[in-house]
Design a protein around this ligand. Structure first.
Ligand SMILES: Nc1nc2c(ncn2[C@@H]2O[C@H](COP(=O)(O)OP(=O)(O)OP(=O)(O)O)[C@@H](O)[C@H]2O)c(=O)[nH]1
Ligand SMILES: [Mg+2]
Length: 449
C-alpha cells in the first residue's frame, strides 16, 4: 500500500547531437550538466542517447534512426536494431518515461515533431534552465525577470501550436472582446506582449529603487566592495557564508542563488568591505535571461574587486571558467580587477592528487587562490587577501580633533584604523590609516579652517 502512495520520481531520458566542431570532452561535460539540470528539476535520467551529425535535423533535431530508437525505448517496444536495450527497459522497476531532455535549444517545430513522434514531452536546455529559474526566483525583481524570459520563450511556441491546429484554431469575430478574425493565439500573443510590457515597467521602477538604495549604501559605507561571481554550484554562497558569517542559502543544486545578497566582510576590516553573492553562470544561458539578469549582475560591475569562484574538482572547470570570463566581458565587467579562486580542492581525490592539481593551477594561473571553503584557515587567508587588496591604497595621516568636537571621535574609529592616540589641552591627536578620501574629508571637517 505504502509503495503506491509514495510519489514516484519522474523518469526521463536525455538526448543530444554532437556536431563535428564539438570535442568529445566538451560534449560529455555538457551532457553531464544537462543531467544535473534534470536532477535539479527532480527527474531521474535513466538513459542518454547520443548521435554524431554534421548538423541538427531540421524537422526534429535528431535523425530518423535515432528518433525511432528513442521511440521504442520510451514506449517499451522491441527495437529491431537494438534488442538489448529493449530488454533492459523491460526491467521490473521500469515505469513510463515522462520527459525527453534535449541538450540544445531547438525550434518550436522541432520540439513539436519530436514530441509527436516519440510520444512524450520534450524539454530543451533553455526550457530546463527557465524552469529552474522560475522555481528558485524569490524576490519580486527576480520573479518578474524570469517571467519575461519565459513569456519570450513561449510566444513562438504558441504560434507553432496554432499552426498545427490549422484553420479550426481561428475563431469567429466578436467573441470575448476579440477583434475581427483574431485567433486564440493572436489574442494570447497580444496578452503576452502586454504582460511583458507591464513587467518591464515594474522592473524599471524596482531598478530605480535599487539604484538609490545602492547609492545610499555606498555613500554610507564607502566604496570597498567585492562580488563573488562564477559558474553555478562553484561554491559562491558557501564562500559568502564563510567570509561574512551570514546565513545565505547553500544547496547542491544548480542556480540555488538568483538574487544578489550583500553582507559585510567579517571580522570587519578597515575599510569595511561589502561582499555580494550573485547568480551563477551557465553555458548557453538563454538569451532572455542574460538580458534580464544583467541587473542582478550589475552588482558585479559596481564592485571594486571580483572573486571569480571556480570548482577545481569539476572535470569541466576550464570550460566553466571560460563561460564566466565571456559573460563578464559581455556585461563589461572584464575591466574590474579579478582574483581567481579555485574552490573545492578538498574534493579533488587524495592529498597527492590535490597537491598535484594545486601545483598545475598555480603554474597556469599565477596569483590565483587555491582553497576549500570547508577549511577555515584557507578562508581566513582569502579574507586577508581581500582586505590587503583594499588596504593597498590606504594612507597614514595625523588628525587633530579639538575637545569641542569630541562627538566625531566615534566616526574616526568607524572609518579608519587608529594606530595611536594622544591628548593635550587643546584636543586629541590621532595617527590613523584609512582611505585617502575618507581621511581628507575627516580632516576638512575636524580642523578649523
Ligand atoms: N567539498 C566541497 N564542497 C563545497 C565547497 N564549497 C561549496 N561546496 C558545496 O558545493 C555545493 C554548492 O555550493 P553553493 O555555495 O550553493 O554554490 P553556488 O556557487 O552559490 O551555486 P548557485 O547559487 O547555484 O550558483 C554545496 O553542496 C556546497 O556545500 C568546498 O570547498 N568543498
Ligand atoms: Mg549560490
Amino acid at each position: 500500500m505504502r509503495r503506491e502512495i509514495k510519489e514516484k520520481t519522474p523518469r526521463a531520458v536525455a538526448a543530444a547531437v554532437q556536431l563535428p566542431s564539438v570535442s568529445d570532452v566538451e560534449f560529455e561535460a555538457s551532457l553531464t550538466e544537462l543531467r544535473e539540470l534534470a536532477k535539479t528539476l527532480g527527474f531521474e535520467v535513466i538513459r542518454t542517447f547520443v548521435q554524431k551529425r554534421s548538423g541538427f535535423d531540421t524537422a526534429a533535431y535528431l535523425g530518423v534512426g535515432k528518433r525511432e530508437e528513442i521511440r521504442c525505448f520510451v514506449n517499451d517496444e522491441a527495437d529491431p536494431a537494438g534488442l538489448e536495450e529493449a530488454v533492459q527497459s523491460a526491467a521490473p522497476d521500469a515505469g513510463p518515461i515522462d520527459v525527453i531532455f534535449v541538450d540544445h535549444e531547438i525550434s518550436p517545430s522541432q520540439a513539436r515533431n519530436l514530441e509527436k513522434e516519440i510520444g512524450c514531452q520534450v524539454m530543451d536546455r533553455t526550457m530546463v534552465i527557465l524552469e529552474i529559474f522560475h522555481r528558485n526566483a524569490r524576490s519580486r525583481a527576480a520573479r518578474a525577470q524570469v517571467e519575461i524570459a519565459r513569456l519570450g520563450y513561449m510566444a513562438p511556441r504558441l504560434r507553432e501550436a496554432a499552426k498545427l491546429a490549422g484553420p479550426q484554431g481561428r475563431q469567429r469575430s466578436g467573441v470575448g472582446g476579440r477583434g475581427a478574425g483574431e485567433s486564440h493565439t493572436e489574442l494570447d500573443r497580444r496578452k503576452i506582449r502586454d504582460r511583458i510590457a507591464e513587467l518591464q515597467l515594474e522592473i524599471v521602477a524596482m531598478e530605480a529603487e535599487r539604484k538609490t538604495q545602492r547609492a545610499r549604501r555606498q555613500e554610507r559605507q564607502g566604496l570597498a566592495s567585492v562580488a563573488l561571481v562564477g559558474y553555478t554550484n562553484a561554491g559562491k554562497s558557501t564562500l559568502m557564508r564563510a567570509l561574512t558569517g551570514s546565513e545565505v542559502l547553500v544547496a547542491n543544486k544548480l542556480f540555488a542563488t538568483l538574487d544578489t545578497t550583500v553582507r559585510t566582510l567579517y571580522p570587519e576590516s578597515v575599510p569595511r568591505v561589502l561582499v555580494s553573492d550573485t547568480v551563477g553562470f551557465i553555458k548557453n544561458l538563454p538569451h532572455g535571461l542574460v538580458a534580464s539578469f544583467k541587473s542582478t549582475l550589475d552588482e558585479a560591475l559596481d564592485a571594486s574587486l571580483l572573486l571569480h569562484v571556480i570548482d577545481a574538482s569539476d572535470p569541466g572547470f576550464e570550460r566553466q571558467l571560460e563561460v564566466t570570463d565571456k559573460v563578464l566581458e559581455e556585461i563589461g565587467a572584464d575591466v574590474v580587477p579579478r582574483i581567481r579562486v579555485f574552490n573545492k580542492i578538498d574534493h579533488v581525490g587524495d592529498a597527492a592528487a590535490q597537491a598535484e592539481r594545486e601545483a598545475a593551477l598555480r603554474a597556469q594561473y599565477p596569483d590565483c587562490v587555491v582553497m576549500s571553503a570547508r577549511r577555515p584557515d584557507e578562508v581566513a587567508k582569502l579574507h586577508q587577501i581581500v582586505v590587503a587588496f583594499f588596504q593597498r591604497d590606504l594612507v597614514e595621516a595625523d588628525l587633530f580633533l579639538p575637545w569641542s568636537a569630541q562627538q566625531l571621535r566615534r566616526e574616526i574609529f568607524a572609518t579608519c584604523e587608529v594606530l595611536g592616540e594622544r591628548a593635550d589641552g587643546e584636543g586629541a591627536f590621532f595617527r590613523v590609516r584609512g582611505e585617502s578620501h575618507v581621511v581628507e574629508s575627516l580632516r576638512e571637517r575636524f580642523e578649523p579652517a
